[in-house]
Design a protein around this ligand. Structure first.
Ligand code: RFL
Ligand code: PHB
Length: 394
């Protein structure tokens, strides 16, 4: 079998790319290692930048998102157990949108399924070959049978643990990584959010974040050890710790049934080049960020915007200009996401090895941020998202 595009991975990046290409009549096959149910129930991102929302709407899969999302005009920063609202809307005229990654994935995979798009689930890609030639191949396993498909382009959208990045020859692929000495303990709770917007709190006991998924569901995080044992965190201890770190005079944290707990180690990672021959990487396959900046999914969508524009130009106009620019343009934007995400992580978390001077300077930086409008404008611009370099003509 030969198709124009094989997409490895049906996460947000792979499924949105397949959907956009489909809108322009460009055929693709999507290979996904896990089941559809598994991908749809992965609880991860919550915050979408305006451009990411606009891309979903432009692609015609934003109807439920528009109805069910929660618009946040800014964020609250917690410092010295006081809450400071940064009004992004007032500062720069744009806020952020809350919509769960699991809902987004349901919208995308549902749209593809409704049109019988070829998405093979439980079909792990096992090898990518011939990317330096004109017709690369992807080997995969499906229903107990080893198969192979050839194509014009392979898209590696298979996340951080995928195989596509490794198809770039070792002498060419460069990787950069920072592993943090802490992680996030996250919970989902049947409790109305105790703030109208997300709240990022610095506290000497560690960072804490209050977010949400709906008017009835809170999403809460605590800085913890990267290998924190969840057995040591009964619900009562979690609520008490959240109270301590998030609290402020006159404010109360709404509690409710905790129905999901997880621990995420924090890591910054990126690889370059983002393309080699006929292989193009996008999303977490090429770069991951610590979640403090809420950038991972948004960066993946920025890649998809450029890559879909590039493939549409290539297949409909025989023009490879954007495709040739993809690796440089996508990497440059991603480096800014990396910078913001690692900087934001350092701003709020307690580093176990920091000395008293460094801790005081960290607090001084936040004191400056909550009191200085110029730095708030800069923060708002980065938090709400940098522009996308190219938009697909859908
Ligand atoms: P994904 O979602 O990892 O999807 C990759 C897919 O590829 C499949 N796969 C394979 N398929 C076939 N063959 C193989 N050999 C394969 N190997 C892997 C996998 O099964 C999977 O389905 O990558 P993608 O599409 O690039 O999407 C990236 C986002 O998922 C990620 O960046 C975000 O979740 C990050 N993130 C956040 N991003 C935001 O923009 N805003 C947020 O508020 C936000 N919060 C978060 C987050 C991530 C978190 N965790 C758990 C890491 C909060 C958390 C706690
Ligand atoms: C979330 O709602 O899960 C969330 C919010 C803000 C972040 C990361 C995750 O920075």
């Amino acid at each position: 079998m030969h198709v124009p595009v094989v997409i490895v991975g049906a996460g947000p990046a792979g499924s949105l790319l397949a959907w956009i290409l489909r809108q322009r009549g460009i055929e693709s096959v999507v290979l996904e290692r896990k089941s559809r149910e598994y991908v749809e129930s992965r609880i991860r991102a919550g915050v979408m930048e305006k451009n990411a929302v606009d891309l979903m709407i432009k692609a015609g899969v934003g109807e439920r998102l528009k109805k069910e999302c929660m618009y946040h005009p800014g964020v609250v920063i917690g410092l010295h157990n006081e809450h400071h609202f940064l009004d992004f809307d007032k500062l720069i005229g744009v806020g952020v949108t809350i919509y769960g990654q699991s809902e987004l994935t349901k919208d995308l995979l549902g749209a593809l399924a409704a049109e019988d798009h070829k998405v093979f689930y439980e079909a792990p890609a096992t090898a990518i070959e011939g990317i330096e030639g004109d017709s690369p191949t992807v080997k995969y396993a499906h229903e107990g049978v080893d198969k192979e498909i050839s194509c014009d382009f392979v898209i590696g959208a298979d996340g951080f643990h995928g195989l596509s990045r490794h198809a770039i020859p070792a002498g060419i692929l460069k990787t950069y990584e920072n592993v943090y000495p802490y992680g996030w303990l996250g919970v989902m709770a049947k409790a109305p959010p105790s703030k109208e917007v997300a709240m990022f709190c610095h506290h000497e006991r560690g960072f804490a974040l209050l977010s949400m998924r709906s008017p009835k569901i809170s999403r809460l995080y605590l800085q913890c050890a990267p290998d924190e044992d969840l057995n040591e965190w009964p619900d009562e201890r979690i609520w008490e710790e959240l109270d301590t770190r998030l609290g402020a005079p006159g404010w109360e944290l709404e509690r409710g049934e905790i129905f999901q707990k997880d621990v995420t180690p924090l890591r910054s990672f990126f690889s370059q080049p983002m393309s080699h021959g006929r292989l193009f990487l996008c999303g977490d396959a090429s770069h991951i960020v610590p979640p403090t900046g809420a950038k991972g999914l948004n960066a993946a969508f920025a890649d998809v915007s450029v890559l879909s524009a590039a493939l549409i130009e290539y297949f409909t106009k025989d023009d490879a200009t954007i495709l040739d620019r993809y690796a440089g343009v996508a990497l440059a934007r991603n480096l800014q996401c990396q910078r913001f995400s690692s900087g934001n992580t350092a701003k709020y978390h307690i580093h176990p090895d920091s000395n008293p001077f460094e801790r005081r300077m960290q607090v001084a930086e936040l004191e400056y941020l909550v009191s200085d409008e110029t730095s708030q404008i800069s923060y708002a611009r980065q938090h709400t998202g940098l522009p996308f370099d190219y938009w697909p003509e859908i």
